[in-house]
Design a protein around this ligand. Structure first.
Ligand code: GLP
Length: 241
């Protein structure tokens, strides 16, 4: 893993957006793996700035998101569909056929998982996957204990993850109990991975990632086995490293 140290969230977002823009410049029909949560928001804003000044042509890219809450209608303001529409797809003028998220309201979620995998494969696999990290080391919604050989699947969210995400909902009871997420093996097949970590809240997770062992107990540790991972982290997250 290559570690890039930056001063703060702003610098992290600028750097990450430039890396994504660089990838698209090098390969205009890139397949981008995208993430939600608070972490990549600044990156998407910076990408919009690059887009507005004509610095990136996104007309040929394809995108696949990591995950979606199970049972969450696309129109629900806290769905990852809604997040992506408002913060990414609309601002960057991506056409619906360019973008993909798992459908959390499919009648048969197992079938939906297989469909999602097939779409990723048909697109030629993911060129660059953007990732955040959960406080418990989850990537996508792959909670501690998830098999490193998992493909897109339905996952039961840990109480700590529901608590961490409760800030986006009226009450913790409103946070869904399950999600559909790309599997760890699906993520590991991406040709390049960009992991973003900022803030004090993530410093234990980052320390364990950088200095701990590779274990299914701590999903992000699998990234150490990938040949092309860049971690961009800010001073607060790196405080104990
Ligand atoms: C969420 C998402 C992850 C994200 C993580 C951290 O549950 N499913 O993809 O990386 O938790 O979220 P945040 O960036 O808001 O800290």
């Amino acid at each position: 893993m290559k570690l890039i140290r930056v001063t703060d969230r702003e610098a992290l977002s600028v750097h990450a957006a430039e890396m994504i823009a660089g990838k698209v410049q090098e390969k205009p029909d890139s397949v981008l793996g995208l993430a939600t949560g608070g972490t990549p928001e600044g990156t998407y804003q910076q990408l919009k700035k690059i887009y507005d000044r004509g610095g990136i042509d996104l007309s040929r890219v394809t995108t696949f998101n990591l995950d979606e809450y199970a049972g969450m209608p696309k129109e629900h303001p806290q769905s990852y569909h809604a997040y992506m529409q408002h913060k990414v797809f609309r601002p960057l003028q991506l056409r619906p056929e360019q973008t993909h998220l798992p459908n959390g309201t499919a009648d048969d979620l197992e079938q939906e998982c297989r469909r999602y995998e097939k779409h990723i494969a048909a697109a030629g696999g993911i060129d660059m996957q953007l990732l955040g990290i959960g406080e418990n080391g989850h990537i996508g919604f792959n909670e501690p204990g998830t098999s490193f050989s998992s493909r897109t699947h339905v996952i039961q969210l840990k109480p700590s993850t529901r608590e961490a995400n409760a800030r986006y909902f009226a009450t913790i009871e409103d946070v869904p109990e399950q999600a559909v997420t790309m599997g760890i093996e699906t993520i590991m097949e991406s040709r390049e991975i960009l992991l973003l970590v900022f803030g004090r809240r993530k410093k234990e997770a980052l320390l364990r990632l950088l200095e701990g062992e590779v274990q299914e107990d701590f999903p992000a540790s699998v990234l150490k086995k990938h040949s092309s991972v860049t971690v961009i982290a800010d001073e607060e997250a790196l405080a104990d490293v």
